[in-house]
Every structure is written in structure tokens, then in C-alpha cells.
Design a protein around this ligand. Structure first.
Ligand code: C2E
Ligand code: MG
Ligand code: MG
Ligand code: MG
Length: 282
């Protein structure tokens, strides 16, 4: 390569934005075959009970093992999958993997929950999400109350009535519903009481602002108060520092998730954490 380096070799001058668009174009091309090439993997991030420190559940977060780029984050390909319609097949796959894994954990004696993220489109698609959830629960013979479906406020944008109907159909199966990234959506608070949700996950941006002014902390604590008043299970996401943790411990929130405790990890590594935490109890 050095042989060609010189002022006439334009290739060494390519800009970062060229690299980015190359990656984007390649990903756009490769997403069509991501499932058949077996390139997806589900990582899991533990959720800890605030009072006891035990792991009560995990969130399933999909990763793409790309042959050229390594691990591609969902932030990079989920929006693309949503735009191209691949999200349906991809998310059905994630749901199946997560439920299969949940069954394995339950067989090993780890009675925890698994949360799966669902895209807004899936609520309106002819491939019925509710039917799929029902099938998968049956296939792995799962207690539905251990499956959490994570939605965002964006599901209510297009058609609030359909969203509410679908959520009630899901609730009838016995699964739990969590509202993700709470506090960042476009909807007003008045819609909250019309949605049959069990859990709110307070968005990371509120946690990031801990230590940056009492006004920010007042907003956070009033979200937690609101959640408790409505009897939701409150999950804090994106806990990164001990300073944040100390503040959060003074609020009444039930579950914590974040890099301070653990990053999302492959199954093997989650199993090590589960073994270690079981050892501590016995
Ligand atoms: P989300 O559901 O809000 O997931 C939380 C994101 O925050 C995850 O990013 C997680 O790795 C990250 N996170 C957790 N704790 C911390 C922390 O302490 N610090 C920081 N900086 N980040 C933290 P990830 O895995 O990159 O996922 C991003 C988003 O992609 C998710 O946000 C979710 O909306 C979407 N996503 C992931 N997997 C799926 C999936 O299977 N289906 C769908 N439809 N969306 C998915
Ligand atoms: Mg989520
Ligand atoms: Mg979130
Ligand atoms: Mg999100």
C-alpha cells in the first residue's frame, strides 16, 4: 500500500463522511440477507431490583455481527429495517430468540423476566404482532407474565385507537407492557391513563442530567412521583455513575439498568453473572 502513497493517490484523502456513507450503503444492501446469513445476535442487559440488588429481568437488545464492520448497533440498523420493512422478520426473530432463552433460564431456575422492544410499525402491520406473541408463548410453554413488551410513545402517533386496542389484546395474553424512553415522546401526559401499561422506563436523558442543577432533578423526581401515583413499575435506564445511583436511591423506583451495573452482554456472559449472583445468595 505504501508504494502507492503519494500526492496522486486520492484514496488516502477520502473523508470521514465518505466512509460513513460507504458503511450506510453497505448496510442498506446487506440488511436484505441479515437473517438468512445468520448475522444477528441478541444481547441482554440485566435489570436490578433497587431494594435487593437481585436481577429480576433482562432487556433483549439486538446486534448485527457484520463481516466487514463488526458489531453494528441497533441505532444504526433498526431505523433502516423500519424504513425497508425488514423490521417485521427481524423483530419476530428477536422475539423468538428471547422467548427461547427465557425458557432456558427458567429451566435453570432463574425465574426472571425478558423485555423485547417492538417498533411502532408492528402495531399496524398485517402480520399480527398479537398472534405472533401468542404463538411464541405457546411454542416455548411460557408463563406470559414473564414477557415484557417494550413500546414507545410513538405507537400512539398514527392511530391512538388502534394502538390502545392492540395493547389490550396483548394484555389479554397476560404479557406486561412497558413504555420505553418515558418523558421524551411527543404525546401529552393525558394519554397515559388510556394506555394499559404496567411499567414506565424513564429515559436516560433525565438520568444524564443528575448533578446538573436542581431544576433537572425536580423534573426527574416528579416523573417518578407521577409513575408511582399511577401504580407503574418504574425502571431507570442508563445509570452510569455512583453519583446518579445515590440520587436515584432516594427516589422510589423499582428497577435499575445501566452501564454502572452491566452493559448488554451475550448469553454466555449473562449466565456467568447469574451464576455469581446466585452464589452470593447461597
Ligand atoms: P432502548 O430500548 O431504549 O434501549 C436502551 C439503550 O441504551 C440500549 O442501546 C442500551 O445498550 C443503552 N444503554 C443501557 N444502559 C446504558 C448506559 O448506562 N449508558 C449508555 N450510554 N447507554 C446505555 P442499544 O442496544 O444500542 O439499542 C438502542 C435502541 O435500539 C433501543 O433503545 C431500542 O429502541 C432499539 N432496539 C434494540 N433492539 C431492538 C429490537 O430488537 N427491536 C426493535 N424494534 N428495536 C430495538
Ligand atoms: Mg427498550
Ligand atoms: Mg429506552
Ligand atoms: Mg429507544
Amino acid at each position: 500500500r505504501a508504494k502507492y502513497q503519494g500526492k496522486n493517490d486520492f484514496r488516502i484523502y477520502h473523508s470521514l463522511s465518505d466512509e460513513k456513507s460507504f458503511k450506510r450503503l453497505t448496510i442498506e444492501k446487506d440488511i436484505h440477507t441479515v437473517l438468512e446469513n445468520n448475522q444477528l445476535e441478541v444481547y441482554y442487559q440485566p435489570q436490578y431490583e433497587t431494594n435487593t440488588g437481585s436481577i429480576l429481568g433482562v432487556e433483549a437488545l439486538v446486534r448485527w455481527n457484520h463481516p466487514e464492520f463488526g458489531l453494528v448497533s441497533p441505532g444504526e440498523f433498526i431505523p433502516l429495517a423500519e424504513a425497508t420493512g425488514h423490521i417485521f422478520a427481524i423483530n419476530e426473530w428477536v422475539l423468538e430468540q428471547a422467548c427461547k432463552q427465557l425458557k432456558d433460564w427458567h429451566k435453570l431456575g432463574y425465574k426472571m423476566k425478558v423485555a423485547v422492544n417492538i417498533s411502532p410499525q408492528q402495531f399496524y402491520h398485517k402480520n399480527d404482532l398479537v398472534l405472533k406473541v401468542k404463538e411464541v408463548l405457546h411454542q416455548y410453554d411460557l408463563d406470559p407474565s414473564y414477557l415484557v413488551i417494550e413500546i414507545t410513545e410513538a405507537i400512539a402517533i398514527n392511530n391512538m385507537d388502534i394502538a390502545i386496542d392492540k395493547l389490550y389484546e396483548l394484555k389479554e395474553l397476560g404479557v406486561l407492557i412497558a413504555l420505553d424512553d418515558f418523558g421524551t415522546g411527543y404525546s401529552s401526559l393525558s394519554y397515559l391513563t388510556s394506555l394499559p401499561i404496567d411499567t414506565i422506563k424513564i429515559a436516560k436523558e433525565f438520568i444524564d442530567k443528575i448533578g446538573y442543577g436542581s431544576a433537572n432533578e425536580a423534573v426527574l423526581s416528579s416523573l417518578v412521583t407521577l409513575g408511582n401515583a399511577l401504580n407503574y413499575i418504574i425502571v431507570i435506564e442508563g445509570v452510569e455513575t455512583v453519583t446518579q445511583l445515590n440520587k436515584l436511591n432516594k427516589l422510589n423506583c423499582h428497577l435499575m439498568q445501566g452501564f454502572y451495573f452491566s452493559k448488554p452482554l451475550p448469553v454466555d456472559e449473562i449466565n456467568k453473572i447469574l451464576q455469581d449472583s446466585a452464589l452470593k445468595i447461597h
